[in-house]
Design a protein around this ligand. Structure first.
Ligand code: DGY
Length: 430
């Protein structure tokens, strides 16, 4: 529980200042130096924060991202709007041959979810509604791409083909699948991330070698998304990623219904229903939560991460598993001073400092809080919001935080942390 006094006006002013300084004109970088381009899910979540300040700019953030959708429907995980020496791997490594270079993989599809929130909370609906309506076919095309390119054998769940697609790059969930990725032929390279951030807070070299091997493999297949799934040694079904996709499909259906696109609504609803049914196959009795499925090995992964709690976002209210997830969350919140850790601290592999292997992330907390509210736990959602605000008030706008002592980690003056502060200030007020 939060006892720290929160100066809401100061937090709001600082959050807005950070979003302004990271605005490179039509798109927002996550932070200077470490991430100098437009990232997919960063931008969609940043739009939620921008919406509290400037709805036109919030929509612009998303429109800029979606303008770089591939012809097959994929929305890439990075858009390299301009050259920057401070990041590796840059456009030359990806070699995707797009007019404006992009990466060749994707990221958690929070787009549909974000658009629904933008419309639901719109102050200027006359401006917002037609712009959201114009984006709906593009969201639907992306979701269709997932259902084919990332679920070619029609299981109802999509695989990520690269840990970077999950957004939780070095989660313990991927360890075994990633260990099977070879490193032969990767060659030498110079990382840039560890010049900006302490190496102890970043993925390891062993992980980076494999991240790069996968990029090189996909590039050798000319980024033909129809062939990548079966050609990749890394194919993992992440419950968090799938929950986000299911929720975005549900939100797309609601938007399409409200904005007079009944066919899109029916298609999205059917996709969400298929996903929900298939998600049950990821339940792990021993962990008491959902778990990743290693599609290449055919096994559920023994890893109690926050990814397995995100199905709260997607389960129908009243679903029997939801209460189990609420209980898991309560236990995790009791286990650390600053919830929610991205991995269960009781697991010996937990690492309080290293990126997605333990630290808490405000965006994950925002998604979890939304899931709790969906399942009738507005009280717990409110506590997570207040804890997050108190933490940023104390430690600053870090990329992520040590869940044991609350110190800020990773990049500084981070856009999505600022955006989530604006979100939490708003939901807390409401
Ligand atoms: C990075 O470079 O750390 C990113 O997470 C890749 O998207």
């Amino acid at each position: 529980m939060t006892t720290f006094p929160i100066d809401a006006d100061r937090l709001r002013a600082e959050a807005v200042a950070i979003l302004r300084e990271n605005d490179l004109g039509g798109y927002t970088i996550p932070t200077r130096g470490l991430y100098p381009f437009q990232w997919n899910w960063d931008s969609c979540l940043v739009a939620l924060g921008l919406a509290h300040v400037d709805e036109d700019r919030a929509l612009g953030e998303i429109e800029t991202l979606v303008a770089h959708q591939w012809p097959d429907g994929m929305i890439p995980h990075i858009v390299f709007h301009a050259d920057h020496e401070t990041y590796f791997p840059g456009p030359d490594v990806w070699g995707t041959a797009r007019a404006t270079p992009t990466s060749g993989i994707t990221q958690p599809p929070v787009l549909g979810y974000a658009l629904r929130r933008l419309l639901d909370t719109a102050r200027d609906r006359t401006m917002v509604a037609p712009r959201v309506a114009a984006l709906l076919p593009k969201v639907a095309a992306w979701h269709r791409w997932f259902a084919t390119a990332r679920d070619p054998h029609r299981t109802g769940l999509v695989a990520i083909l690269h840990p970077w697609e999950s957004g939780r790059d070095n989660a313990i969930d991927w360890d075994e699948a990633l260990a099977r990725v070879p490193t032969e032929g990767v060659g030498s390279y110079v990382r840039r991330d560890t010049t900006h951030v302490d190496a102890a807070q970043r993925p390891t070299k062993a992980e980076y070698d494999r991240y790069l091997w996968l990029v090189q493999r996909f590039r050798s297949l000319a980024w033909d998304q129809a062939t990548l799934h079966d050609a990749s040694p890394f194919r993992v079904v992440d419950p968090g990623f799938n929950a986000i996709l299911i929720r975005s499909a549900e939100d797309l259906a609601a938007l399409a219904q409200a904005l007079d696109a009944p066919e899109l609504a029916a298609e999205a609803q059917a996709q969400a229903a298929r996903g929900r049914t298939a998600l049950e196959g990821l339940w792990h009795d021993g962990l008491g939560q959902y778990a990743a499925f290693d599609r290449a090995a055919g096994t559920l992964v023994e890893s109690a991460s926050i990814g397995g709690l995100l199905p709260l976002l997607a389960l129908e209210p009243g679903h029997p598993r939801a209460q189990a997830l609420v209980a898991r969350l309560a236990a995790l919140r009791g286990a650390v001073r600053h919830p929610v850790p991205s991995h269960d601290p009781a697991d010996p592999r937990f690492d309080r400092l290293r990126y997605w292997r333990g630290p808490l992330w405000l965006i994950a907390n925002r998604l979890v809080a939304d899931g709790l509210a969906r399942h009738g736990r507005a009280d717990a959602a409110g506590e997570i919001a207040r804890d997050g605000l108190a933490l940023v008030a104390k430690s600053g706008f870090g990329e992520y935080f040590d869940p044991l002592d609350g110190r800020a980690l990773g990049g500084k003056r981070f856009s999505w942390t600022a955006a989530m502060v604006l979100e939490f200030l708003e939901t807390n007020r409401a």
